[in-house]
Design a protein around this ligand. Structure first.
Ligand code: HEC
Ligand code: HEC
Ligand code: HEC
Ligand code: HEC
Ligand code: HEC
Ligand code: HEC
Ligand code: HEC
Ligand code: HEC
Length: 453
């Protein structure tokens, strides 16, 4: 190679190295604000976040000084927090030999207390902590990644604080082990019951509870669960019908992500890749505790068929919106509506987002009415249909698909109206009327959410 050519190569390499270093510096900088995650400079934690994300935000009070033996903690806290002491006394921790005192989890120095993270529990329960950490290899969603996932979702920082303060209450599952066996009983029996999951796995984007209770499994649980012996582990032969943890944490594995194919359900996947076939076999093995494997496989193929049907309807709605956009009939369009506060790119290069791959995931608000209808379809109706199909709630599938079709018809009709209006303007005035940006850019909601989070 000639000397001249080599110089170009070095210049390119140096520029690339510089770009990588600058990128890394930018990420470090953006993570070093008062909040946490990639947008840490755009929000401030609330006091309660100290408990929901203890590894990140907890700092001990300094109102009581001294190091105490376990017995002293219990003695004084009989008066300070009697409920906690009562629960602790009823727990396996208080019955164990040697006892697991308050100080084993919180530390002995009262000016340097800690709120126990999975690492602290993992000193004595290494298997459970390891299982949970190992979820990371499956990516999100997963309990291990739940906190990062919420903090780095654009809508977490884009929306007013009052609307997003509670995200971390559920997504705290990554930083504390008391989500399913609540403090200070820490009971395994409690965690085996579906109620342990419902605190978080409920509501329109993830109606796991409603679909489960409507299924044959859930109905059986509702009818006779009160008489089941919950001290038995989640294995074949222990329970007549499965609960959430029976299926998703089979054998007591503290992993919920190792079998998931459709995952959250917000994007179409191919269930027949070799990786997904392995996961499906794991599912069938769980069902085979009680059902014929062939039958179980057929039921799960029914889920895939339901998903394909739902995505046909979603894609039909996306196509209608894309055509409107191409004909400049979608208003307020990009540039006419408030930019996402955290996205500089959005200000420089405003663009409409239709469909998951264009970034629909961040279109939780701040879109035109017809796009919002599509959002309702994609986020609520489709996810309701998915969970109903996954959990065996046949009536729920019918209801949700009826809603999907109804909304698609609504979008079709609205698209036709917009088209007629656009053509009428063109015919009468020879031009399209501009949208009124004030309506969108200066409303009270807009000003509120543009304030710092
Ligand atoms: C002499 C009484 C006394 C003793 C002994 C004592 N505590 Fe406390 N503890 C308190 C009081 C009072 C508070 C409330 C402090 C506050 O809110 O500022 C408290 C609060 C706490 C909290 C809650 C902190 C928070 O941020 O919410 C924990 C955890 C705690 N104690 C654990 C312990 C442990 C572990 C021990 C033994 C090592 C212990 N305590 C011994 C009186 C005591
Ligand atoms: C097995 C571990 C463990 C033991 C033992 C334990 N705690 Fe806790 N404690 C926790 C966890 C986990 C939390 C919740 C942490 C969070 O929310 O970030 C907690 C939270 C607390 C809190 C603050 C939140 C609340 O519910 O008010 C207090 C106060 C507290 N513990 C006191 C005690 C006292 C007193 C004892 C002994 C009687 C004790 N703990 C024993 C694990 C433990
Ligand atoms: C110092 C060691 C130690 C620490 C720290 C500890 N544990 Fe335990 N844990 C035990 C022992 C010992 C038992 C009783 C085991 C037995 O009886 O077989 C137990 C039992 C349990 C059980 C089973 C209860 C049941 O109903 O069968 C759960 C759940 C549990 N711990 C959760 C936790 C969580 C969550 C944390 C952290 C917040 C934690 N533990 C921290 C030692 C510890
Ligand atoms: C404290 C709240 C909380 C509790 C309690 C909870 N989860 Fe979750 N779970 C979450 C969150 C948050 C996510 C999504 C995490 C993310 O965004 O990556 C999740 C995700 C999941 C997933 C999706 C995994 C995937 O790969 O698609 C499954 C399955 C799951 N949880 C099962 C359960 C079961 C079963 C229970 C009860 C035994 C339970 N969860 C209890 C908060 C919780
Ligand atoms: C009631 C509990 C709860 C609250 C509150 C909550 N989430 Fe979640 N979130 C979940 C559960 C459960 C899942 C997983 C659902 C599944 O896999 O079916 C989830 C999934 C997610 C996912 C998708 C994970 C992925 O990788 O696909 C993101 C992102 C997310 N939540 C962000 C947020 C944000 C931001 C907020 C606040 C505006 C929030 N969540 C509030 C429980 C909650
Ligand atoms: C998503 C819910 C969930 C979370 C989060 C969770 N557990 Fe559990 N845990 C369970 C269930 C369900 C069981 C019962 C398993 C069985 O029957 O085999 C259980 C059982 C246990 C047991 C008793 C095991 C035995 O064989 O008796 C321990 C110890 C335990 N968990 C510790 C932890 C620790 C440590 C963490 C945090 C790293 C944690 N758990 C987080 C649901 C959960
Ligand atoms: C009979 C077993 C079974 C029971 C019981 C069950 N699920 Fe599921 N769940 C499934 C199957 C199968 C899927 C779809 C999995 C896929 O597409 O890979 C699923 C999907 C999910 C998902 C989406 C993430 C994933 O793993 O694909 C969550 C979250 C979830 N269930 C939570 C729950 C909760 C919470 C309960 C209890 C209220 C529950 N499940 C009860 C079998 C079960
Ligand atoms: C612990 C036992 C158990 C496990 C595990 C289990 N089921 Fe079931 N299942 C039952 C019982 C009991 C019924 C209600 C009686 C019946 O209809 O056979 C039932 C009913 C059903 C039904 C309704 C059947 C009908 O004819 O209406 C479907 C569908 C179903 N299960 C699917 C599954 C799938 C899929 C899995 C695995 C993801 C699974 N089950 C795991 C026990 C189980």
């Amino acid at each position: 190679m000639s000397v001249g050519r080599a110089r170009y190569l070095w210049a390119a390499l140096a520029a690339a190295a510089l770009a990588v270093a600058a990128g890394a510096a930018w990420v470090l900088w953006s993570r070093s604000g008062p909040g946490a995650g990639l947008y840490s400079r755009l929000w401030r934690p609330e006091p309660v976040h100290a408990y929901w994300a203890p590894a990140t935000f907890y700092a001990s009070p300094r109102t009581v000084a001294g190091r105490f033996e376990g017995e002293r903690c219990v003695g004084c806290h009989e008066g300070v927090t009697p409920g906690i002491v009562r629960d602790w006394r009823a727990s396996r921790h208080a019955a164990a030999e040697p006892r697991v005192w308050c100080s084993a989890c919180h530390g002995a120095d009262h000016e340097r207390l800690r709120m126990p993270t999975p690492q602290v529990c993992g000193r004595c329960h290494a298997r459970q902590q390891r299982d949970m950490l190992a979820e990371r290899r499956w990516g999100f969603p997963s309990h291990a990644l739940a906190l990062e996932r919420a903090l780095e979702a654009p809508h977490f920082v884009d929306k007013p604080k009052a609307e997003v303060a509670a995200c971390l209450q559920c997504h705290s599952v990554a930083q504390k082990c008391d989500s399913c066996h609540t403090r200070h009983r820490f009971s395994a029996a409690e965690a085996r019951r579906p109620e342990a999951c419902m605190t978080c796995h409920s509501g329109p984007p993830h109606p796991d509870d409603a679909t489960y209770f409507a299924s044959a499994h859930g109905r059986r649980y509702l009818a006779e669960g009160a008489r089941w012996d919950w001290s038995r582990p989640l294995r074949r032969g222990s329970y007549p019908a499965p609960t959430c943890a029976y299926c998703h944490m089979h054998g007591g594995r503290h992993q919920v992500a190792d079998k998931a194919i459709w995952r959250f359900g917000i994007v179409e996947v191919n269930p027949n890749t070799s990786a997904n076939r392995v996961k499906r076999r794991r599912w069938v093995a769980v069902c085979a505790d009680c059902h014929d494997a062939k039958q179980a496989r057929a039921w799960l193929r029914g889920l895939d068929a339901e998903r394909r049907a739902a995505w046909r309807l979603l894609y039909a709605a996306e196509r209608l919106l894309r055509r409107l956009r191409a004909d400049d009939l979608l208003h307020p369009g990009p540039g006419e509506r408030p930019p996402y506060p955290n996205s500089r790119l959005d200000r420089l290069w405003p663009r409409a987002r239709i469909g998951f791959y264009e970034g629909q995931a961040s279109a939780f608000f701040n879109v035109s009415p017809i796009e919002r209808e599509y959002f309702e379809m994609w986020y609520f109706d489709s996810l309701a249909a998915y969970k109903a199909a996954a959990h065996g709630d046949a009536a729920g599938v019918r209801r949700a698909h009826a809603a999907l079709r109804r909304r698609l018809e609504g979008i079709r009709a609205a698209a036709a109206r917009l088209r007629a209006l656009g053509e009428a303007e063109q015919r009468r005035l020879g031009r399209r009327l501009p949208a009124d940006p004030a309506l969108w850019l200066e409303g009270p909601y807009t000003t509120r959410y543009l304030e710092e989070n």
